[in-house]
Design a protein around this ligand. Structure first.
Ligand SMILES: [Zn+2]
Length: 157
């Protein structure tokens, strides 16, 4: 029996290869990630095709933002850069930049999958988006506010 999520994965993988010359590599025990300098996407092979497809959908959003000039101007909201390699958020500006970047990647990835008529498990996708964004929220608040996470101390002007 064929697996519709594997078929979707291959369609998206081939699209990224043809349009952006980006290579998708499946590996065990890696973090799903996009490496712009190498033009490589790493996808964790430990999960099922349903999850691999959702991970590739997300990374395809990062690819579009980094390599597609139209998406770039549409989605970037500031010039404050977050260095994904540093693994540490240094400021509130970086935190907001990162959240926008992550949400935009989901947004663009979903639109691309829709345009290629790739079927996604919508419930699973929602769960992945929520987990991804909430973990960045937690990570950001911890980095910025250390152990004293007091929501009232967050200034909103
Ligand atoms: Zn991301």
């Amino acid at each position: 029996m064929s697996n519709q999520y594997k078929e979707g994965f291959d369609i998206l993988k081939n699209y990224l290869k043809e349009k952006y010359e980006v290579k998708t590599i499946l590996l065990n025990n890696v973090d799903d990630a996009w490496y712009p300098e190498l033009k490589n996407i790493f996808i964790n092979k430990n999960y099922a095709w349903r999850e691999r497809l959702i991970a590739l959908l997300h990374e395809s959003g990062h690819v579009q933002m980094d390599l597609d000039s139209f998406s770039f101007y549409k989605m970037k909201i500031s010039h404050v850069d977050f260095d994904y390699a540093s693994d540490y958020i240094k400021s509130k500006d970086q935190f907001v930049y990162l959240l926008n970047e992550e949400l935009a990647a989901w947004n663009l990835g979903k639109k691309l999958a829709d345009s290629l008529s790739i079927a996604i498990d919508e419930k699973r996708l929602q769960k992945c988006i929520t987990n991804c964004i909430m973990s960045y929220v937690k990570f950001g608040l911890k980095n910025i506010y250390k152990n004293t996470i007091d929501v009232d101390s967050i200034l909103i002007k």
